[in-house]
Structure formats: C-alpha cells, structure tokens
Design a protein. Structure first.
Length: 704
C-alpha cells in the first residue's frame, strides 16, 4: 500500500481562490481541507471544494470525443473529431461567410489559464466576429464602467475589505457566493473583522440575505432601483457639501457635470420607487461619507438588471467623490503578478464597433450580448449563425430565455461543445470534445488575482495525471487552431507564456517566476493592496473620467422607467430576482451526490402577505409565468423578502431528456431561465437583466 501524501492546490470552482490541502493515497482521496498556510485564504473552504474528488471519479464525465449519430452517441478518435470539425466549420464559412460560425464561452474559462492564454490564437484562426460569453449574463457592466472611466476594462476596483470601516454591499450575497469581482476567501471572517474594529457593514438587497443577516444594517430595496438610490446618495453628498476627492483632486474630470446630472435625483424623488424613505437614503449617504474609510461594492443584483451600466458607473462615482478610490480601505486596484491590463487600443472596449444584426445591440470587448444569441441563430438572412462552438458553457440553463435557445441550437447546421458532460446544451452538439478538468489540471488564477483583496500568487500542479486519451482544454483549442489554419505546431505551452508573464510582471525584481511558485506550493504573499491607479490608468490623458457622456446619456432612460413603474405591473404583479445556493455552482456541480442530497432546493421565496393574498401555503406547488414561459415549483414563505418580490435559484433545471448527468437528474429543480426574458437587457451595455423580470403567480390547482 502506498504512502499517504499531501497535495496543495487552489480550488478553481468559484472566484474565492481557496487553498486546499488534499490527503491521498495513490489515486484515492482521503480528505480535502482548507490550507491554513495559504497566504490568501488562510484555511477557508466551502462544501463545494470537497466535491472536486467527485468530478474526478464521476462515471458520467466524458472521457473520449463523441459524435451524434442516428443511433446515438458514438466514440470517435481525437484525430477524426478535430479533422471533421475543422472541415465543417470552414465549409460553413465558405458557404455563408466568416461570421456564420459563432462561439460561446462559459464561466469555467475564467478559471482556466490555459484557455485564457490559448483563446486569442483560436479566435484568430476561426476569424469570426460572432462571439458571445457568460460575461454578458454577469459582470459586463463592471468592465464597461472601467473602460469608460479608467480606459481599461480589466482595471477593476475591488473593495479593500481588510481595511475598510464601512462596507456598503449592493446586490451581492458574498456569504453564499464567496464574493465575485472581489476574490476574498473567507468573506465572513473578513466581515466580522470589520465589525470588530468598530466598522460597519450595510447591505442593500430586496432579500434579507445570508449576508444581510450578518450585517449591521439591511436596507430592503425594490429591484432595479439601485441607480436611483446611488444618484440620490450622490445628490445628498453634493447638496450637503460632503464631496471630497482627497488625493485624486488633480486627477478627476467631470465633478461639476456629476453634480449637475444628479441634482434632480433627490432622496425625496426616488424614495418611493426604491421602496424606502428619503431619510434612510440621506443617512446612508452621510454615514458613508463620515466613515474614516468606506467602500461601495455592487454586484450581480446591481449588474444583471435594466440599469447595470449606470449602477457600476455610479458605484465608482460614489467611491471617487468620497475620496475612497485607490486608497486603503476604499476601492483599490490589485496588482497581480501576471498583468492583465494591456495598453488600450481604439475606443473603450471596442464599444460600438458593430451592432448586432437582428436587435442592433452593442458589441463590447469583442462580443455580442448572449441575450441575442438565439435571435442570431433563428433569424434567417445574410450573417445568420449556422454553426456554434460552446466552450465550457451551458447557455440553455444559464442565459435568458433558455428554452428558446435550446430550440435554436437544434436548428443549427453544426454544433461542437468542449465540455465534460452531456448536458442541456451539449446534447445539441454534433460532436462533443471532453476536457480534462479539476484535479487533473494545473492551475494559476489569471483573472481572479486581478480582482483579489490581497496580492498573492500561487501555481498548482495537477494532482493526478490526465489519462492518455484525455486532452486539456487548451490542447483542444490549439489542435482546432492548427487544423483550421494548416499551420505547424510551435510547441508553445501556457506554462511558458505564464512564466514569461510572471518574469516581466510587477514582481520581477523579487524573482517572480513559475519556478518560484513551484517552490512555494502554499502560494506567495505579495502584500496588501497599494494605491497604483495613477501608474496604471489607460485613459488618453491619464485622468479619471467621473461623468462619461456614455453614462450621462443613459439617465433619461432611467427617469422614463421610473415614471412607468406603477403602470407596469398590471399583468405581471410580481418581480422575480435570482439567488445562489451554497451547495451548487451555476449549472454544473449538481452531479456530485454529496452536494445535492436533501430536499429540492429550487423553491420560489415569497413574503407572507403575498402568500395570504394568493392563498398558498408553505411547500405548495405554484405556477410562475412571465412573458416568455411558465415553470412550476414549491413556494417557501417567509418575510426575508420584500412583498411583491419573489426569488428563485439560478443554475438548475436538469430535467431535460437526452442529458446524461444522472445525479443531477435525480433532483433536477426547474430552470429560472425558462422564464427570464431575453428582451430584458441593460440597453446601454447589452447585459442580461435577469433581475426584475415581471411575473404572475398562481397556485397549481389539483394540489400536490
Ligand atoms: N437567472 C440567472 N441566470 C444566470 C445567473 C443568475 O444570477 N441568474 N448568473 C449568471 C452568471 S453570473 C454566470 S457566470 C452564468 C454561467 O453560465 P455558463 O458559463 O453558461 O454556465 P456554467 O454552469 O458555468 O457552465 C459551465 C459548463 O462548463 C462545463 N465545464 C465544467 N468544467 C469544465 C472544464 O474544466 N472544461 C470544460 N471544457 N468544460 C467544463 C460544465 O459541464 C458546463 O457545461 O450564468 C448566468 N445565468
Ligand atoms: N455557492 C455559489 N457560489 C457562487 C456561484 C454559485 O452558483 N453558487 N456562482 C458564482 C458566480 S458565477 C458569480 S458571478 C457570483 C455572484 O456573486 P453575488 O453577486 O454575490 O451572488 P448573487 O447570489 O447572485 O447575489 C445577488 C444578490 O442581488 C440581490 N438582488 C437581486 N436583484 C437586485 C436588485 O435589483 N438590486 C439589489 N440591490 N439587489 C438585487 C439578490 O437578492 C442577491 O442577494 O457567485 C459565484 N459564487
Ligand atoms: S469558496 Fe469557492 S474557491 Fe473556496 S472552496 Fe468553495 S468553491 Fe472553492
Ligand atoms: Mo458569474
């Protein structure tokens, strides 16, 4: 019997970058625990990490390329698969134009440095503008705000929660999500530390969330009214003369303009729409300004909504005008060992280089909004998408109007999926290419170190070698690039690119390199965040643009919307928002038995006043209908949610025939995105507006 060994790695399921210590004997995992010696996560772990072993042994996980035939899925060789894909993609492009082939990138790409470093070459080889990703169902407004205010979409302000005295969280639930656009393993511990040093945490959310329950203050807010709240806070600070740019006074343009455009948005004018009082808003603004240091952080609730762009702009603006930008305890800019901010080219984020063919939606960061992917497949005419590659994505469950997208996928001439499962999306593919994953892959966090609350760096070796017949994602992408172009392999590996980047990066003088990281398996601490914005800003004149015309021009849309609100609810009296569950990650971790055991977690949460009006009881099955569809699920009644608002978990709905995730099918839940509306977007950025979907609710007759 072989020795017990310890392996150290970073969990790459979510953004928190938890260090793990894995005890194993040969291929048998004995335990997965938090690594106390990891300088970033200091021992934090959540239940999902323990499931990493399940993905390794999962019998449903694909091991060889599959081809769809009249008789079902057939194993084929890698050579055959890659050759056929390249031929069919090129044939599609010859017949219908370069852009007839589209690509959708899902969330795990951001957790896979091999993909991030290989995708640019792949896109060049493919030569299509029709690119889509989960970013436009998620954080696109954050990038848009950074593009227009700071000149670089990846220069993301991160709340310095380890030093702040006032953390204002708008539309984020980090106690469950473990943080997003803010990597901060152990958020609860860090929150508690704020409180222990006399600081305060305030949460603005239509639900009294797990995070709100641990905060000092919770403000219930009506969905999609956050931009109004932020404007009123900003208006208060100007009118009370509490604005101070502090160290940035000589670096900011647009202060007078911000004052002018916020003037009409007084707390009195917005309070009713927001579902709160003018006094509450004014006090929140003053508390924020009075704190020694303060930071406003707004996330999914404030970005996947009709005014996501405005919310992210105004969040930055609030931090700037209170002197809390690029300052300890405020919103700061991580300096990763591998620099992700590249010198800018052309317009911010390439905005407006094209508009989408069917709905005229904006192109951003070289992508079109995923909310219009189905339109581009289903609408015939020049430029129609005829073939699609999905790479680590499950848009049938994750994008708005998922059911319609599933129909659209069936109508394609050709579809390829690079994935690990036959799921709701990949079942529509003609060929599925399975990737090595989890414990079989090396890991370095390219993106999340750029969004982290402390500067650290860590490289994880694979724990187990991948099997001969398996390929890394990046190897698959590279093989496709070579087959598409006919070029010879130059033998470059992601490790080499990573090593070169580390050696040229901000810590080069301290000897940073891949071998340094290999020598330090717990990770290397690079210190607390430092002010660095003025060295890294990418606007033409290196000044911060506080009131970009781009955002200012969107304000009339907000005012119009505010006036229309009361009339909007005639047919759909309820407002739907999404939530995340602690034991699942988006759509793909549900095949781990240890994560899905217990009661069906996919319920609609409703206030008791609403339940009384509808005459429904706890646990009863209800029908939730929107403009685009209807789902049925059990109701959970409690008063941790605003009356008129209901909440349903995202990431579920594993109830389609044809999929092969057997554990997931045993507790499928329903997909919220069968009722979210692809026509509801933030018109400014093109981001999906999941939150705020108007719905009607009725009891399912006939009872359970
Ligand atoms: N209503 C509503 N919808 C939402 C959200 C919401 O809050 N509400 N949230 C949105 C957000 S924030 C996001 S990020 C998106 C996510 O949207 P997607 O990225 O489309 O969904 P995921 O579930 O992350 O899909 C991951 C896919 O990658 C596969 N996979 C897992 N690991 C690997 C790997 O190592 N290699 C490869 N090749 N494949 C792998 C999985 O099997 C799965 O098919 O969903 C969005 N959708
Ligand atoms: N356990 C778990 N962790 C995850 C994930 C997961 O699926 N499961 N997914 C990961 C991913 S891909 C991401 S992007 C992050 C997301 O991380 P978070 O943004 O922290 O996660 P959410 O739970 O989506 O939080 C959104 C909050 O916004 C609130 N909300 C909804 N609408 C509004 C609104 O109009 N205004 C305001 N103010 N609030 C609103 C919701 O009630 C909810 O509490 O989580 C990551 N971590
Ligand atoms: S919080 Fe995220 S990174 Fe940490 S263990 Fe859980 S899933 Fe992994
Ligand atoms: Mo996400």
């Amino acid at each position: 019997m072989s020795e017990i060994q310890r392996h150290y790695r970073t969990c790459n399921i979510c953004e928190a970058m938890c260090g793990l210590v894995i005890e194993h004997r040969g291929r048998e995992i004995l335990s997965i625990k938090g690594d106390k010696e990891d300088p970033f996560s200091q021992g934090h772990i959540c239940p999902k990490a323990v499931a990493l072993q399940d993905y390794y042994t999962d019998p449903d996980r694909l091991k060889t390329p599959l081809k769809r035939t009249a008789d079902g899925w057939q194993d084929i060789s890698w050579e055959e698969a890659i050759t056929e894909i390249a031929q069919r993609l090129r044939a599609t492009q010859q017949a219908h134009g370069q852009n007839a082939v589209a690509v959708y990138l899902g969330n795990p790409n951001a957790h896979n440095y091999g993909n991030a470093l290989t995708l640019p070459t792949f896109f060049k080889a493919l030569g299509t503008f029709n690119r889509f990703s989960s970013a436009s169902a998620d954080q696109l407004p954050h990038h848009v705000a950074s593009n227009f205010m700071l000149g670089a979409g990846l220069l993301i302000p991160v709340p310095d929660i380890d030093r702040t005295n006032f953390w204002l969280i708008i539309g984020g639930n980090p106690v469950v999500s473990n943080g997003s656009m803010m990597s901060a393993a152990g958020v609860e511990r860090r929150m508690k530390a704020i409180q222990e040093r006399g600081g305060k945490v305030a949460v603005v959310d239509p639900r009294r969330t797990e995070t709100a329950k641990k905060a000092d203050q919770h403000l219930f807010i009506r969905p999609e009214t956050d931009a109004l709240l932020l404007l009123a806070m900003i208006q208060t600070l100007f009118s009370e003369q509490r604005v101070s740019l502090r160290h940035l006074a000589d670096h900011v343009d647009g202060l007078a303009e911000l004052e002018a455009v916020s003037r009409d948005f007084t707390p009195e004018r917005v309070a009713h729409t927001c579902g709160t009082t003018a006094q509450t808003i004014r006090q929140l603004a003053l508390d924020f300004a009075d704190a020694d240091s303060a930071v406003c952080y707004s996330r999914m609730g404030a970005s996947t909504q009709t005014f996501g762009g405005l919310c992210q702009w105004l969040t930055n603006a609030l931090n700037i005008i209170t002197g809390n930008f690029d300052r300890a305890g405020g919103a700061m800019f991580p300096q990763p060992a591998f620099e992700m901010v590249r010198p800018k080219k052309g317009k911010p984020g390439n905005y407006g280089r094209f508009n989408s063919r069917v709905r005229n939606l904006p192109y951003f960061n070289s992508e079109f909004p995923v909310a219009t992917l189905a339109d581009e497949i289903l609408t015939s005419g020049e430029g129609q998408i005829k073939a699609l590659l999905t790479i680590a994505g499950n848009p049938v469950l994750s994008s708005p109007g998922g059911e319609r997208l599933a129909h659209a996928l069936e109508s394609l001439d050709f579809m390829v999926a690079v994935d690990i499962y036959i799921n709701e999306t990949t079942q529509h593919a003609d060929i599925i290419l399975p990737a090595a994953t989890g414990l079989e892959v090396p890991h370095y966090d390219l993106f999340f170190n750029a969004f982290a609350v402390r500067n650290t760096a860590k490289y994880s070796e694979p724990l187990f070698p991948k099997k001969d017949e398996q390929r890394y994602d990046w190897e698959i992408l590279k093989a496709l690039s070579l087959a598409l172009t006919g070029m010879a392999d130059d033998d470059t590996t992601p490790e080499q690119i990573l090593d070169a980047g580390l050696k040229q990066g901000a810590y080069a003088e301290q000897g940073m390199s891949l071998s340094t990281l290999r020598d330090n398996p717990h990770g290397v601490d690079l210190g607390a965040l430092q002010p660095c914005l003025m060295q890294r800003i990418q606007t033409d004149d290196e000044r911060i643009v506080l009131a970009p015309d781009f955002f200012v021009a969107d304000l009339p849309r907000l005012s119009r919307w505010q006036q229309e609100q009361d009339a909007l609810r005639e047919h759909f009296p309820f407002t739907l928002i999404s939530r995340r569950l602690a034991r699942s990650h988006n759509t793909w971790t549900q095949n781990s038995q240890r994560l899905v055991k217990g009661k069906n977690p996919v319920t609609v949460q409703m206030h008791s006043d609403d339940a009384a009006v509808l005459n429904v009881q706890n646990g009863q099955q209800v029908r939730v209908a929107s403009r685009v569809g209807t789902i049925e699920l059990p109701v959970v009644i409690n008063d941790d949610i605003l009356p008129g608002v209901v909440s349903i978990p995202q990431g579920w709905g594993h109830n389609r025939s044809g999929t092969q995730m057997h554990v997931a099918q045993s507790q499928p839940g329903v997909s919220i995105n069968d009722i979210t509306d692809p026509n509801r977007i933030d018109e400014l950025t093109g981001n999906a507006a999941f939150n705020g979907t108007p719905v009607a609710i009725s009891a399912v007759s006939g009872e359970l």
